[in-house]
Design a protein around this ligand. Structure first.
Ligand code: ATP
Ligand code: MG
Length: 312
């Protein structure tokens, strides 16, 4: 069954120097228990998409389109109703969690209170649950009795992951949960997300540059470039046989393995090139690519590509 269905989502930031087209015509759906990884170079719109789903974009953002969570278009919900969905149904673990934790509450108490509010259980079991999840994300015991500012940025993000997981949401959106972690800790977080999804059946949107984590965790993959989805399909298929020249470059460009990034730069989102947004960097560019915007077309069941070259 479909849990989330995003239709023609547009997010713009009007700035004095021009309008930033951060997301343009994003269509995406996610089934119950499905695990989707969102990948793409920096600035491609991954975080904006994650935040748009839970309506946590900065006030200046102009949002259009539809975000259906089961039978509700989240974009039409009053703020109070949206707050009820956030945390209970959908939790997001943000990339820069500076403002996501309450600065005047100790971390353990904060998670305890959220768990209590969510499950209406007593203080003690809720606190035990908080400690349990803090341990699962690899934080030392003292973290529970610390204020957020006493933890490093990385530790705060893991505390937020502990909070997200302790709420057992139906959909967890995790933005770069493995970033900057050493390899045992990274493996621990991947295992934890496996547990939350495979065993507990939560759906996951994993936003990541960690292609190995995407490979391990994702059922489906959405590849983003300059505010659009350019390739979408089963993760297995795309890892085995990516079709879009951008995806191919991205999958071959693992800097940690000493492989080269894609030459050139992503376009400015205030001055987008005509035609295919990737054409200035594309090795397979043809005349039509400079003129016509390619649609995201299905090249075989469940596999979509936004490319004149691949779909013809
Ligand atoms: N508040 C804002 N005002 C103006 N532009 C913004 C704002 N927030 C994001 N953007 C722009 O939207 C685009 C997408 O940003 P986003 O943070 O979603 O990228 P990302 O794919 O998450 O990148 P990264 O991999 O580095 O996290 C960027 O060009 C960014 O500059
Ligand atoms: Mg981001």
């Amino acid at each position: 069954m479909t849990l989330l269905s995003i239709r023609n989502l547009q997010v713009r930031f009007p700035l004095p120097e021009g309008t930033v087209h951060a997301l343009d015509g994003v269509d995406l759906s996610l089934g119950e228990k499905e695990r989707l990884a969102l990948i793409g170079e920096t600035g491609s719109g991954k975080t904006v998409l994650g935040r748009a789903i839970v309506r946590l974009l900065p006030p200046g953002a102009h949002v259009r389109g539809e975000i259906w969570y089961e039978k509700t278009d989240l974009l039409t919900l009053p703020p109070g109703e949206m707050r009820k969905i956030r945390g209970r149904e959908i939790a997001i673990v943000l990339q820069n969690p500076a403002n996501s934790l309450n600065p005047v509450l100790k971390v353990g108490n904060q998670i305890k209170e959220a768990v209590q509010a969510r499950w209406r259980i007593a203080r003690r079991p809720a606190y035990r649950e908080a400690l349990n999840f803090l341990q699962k994300v690899g934080l030392p015991e003292r973290a529970a009795a610390s204020y957020p500012h006493q933890l490093s940025g990385g530790m705060r993000q893991r505390a937020l992951l502990a909070l997200g997981l302790a709420l057992h949401p139906r959909l967890l959106i995790a933005d770069e949960p493995t970033k900057g972690l050493d390899s045992p800790l990274r493996a621990q977080i991947v295992r934890l997300l496996q547990e939350a999804t495979k065993e507990a059946g939560q759906a996951l949107i994993l936003i990541t540059h960690d292609l190995a984590a995407a490979r391990e965790l994702a059922d489906t993959l959405a590849v983003m470039y300059a505010g659009q989805i350019v390739e979408y399909g089963r993760a297995k298929d795309i890892f085995a046989h990516a079709r879009h020249p951008y995806t191919r470059g991205l999958l071959a460009s693992h800097p940690s393995l000493g492989l080269k990034p894609i030459p050139g730069f992503a376009p400015s989102l205030t001055h987008l090139p005509p035609g295919c947004r990737f054409h200035p960097r594309c090795t397979a560019v043809r005349e039509v690519c400079r003129r016509e915007v390619p649609p995201l077309s299905e090249i075989k069941p469940g596999h979509k590509v936004r490319c004149h070259y691949c779909s013809s």
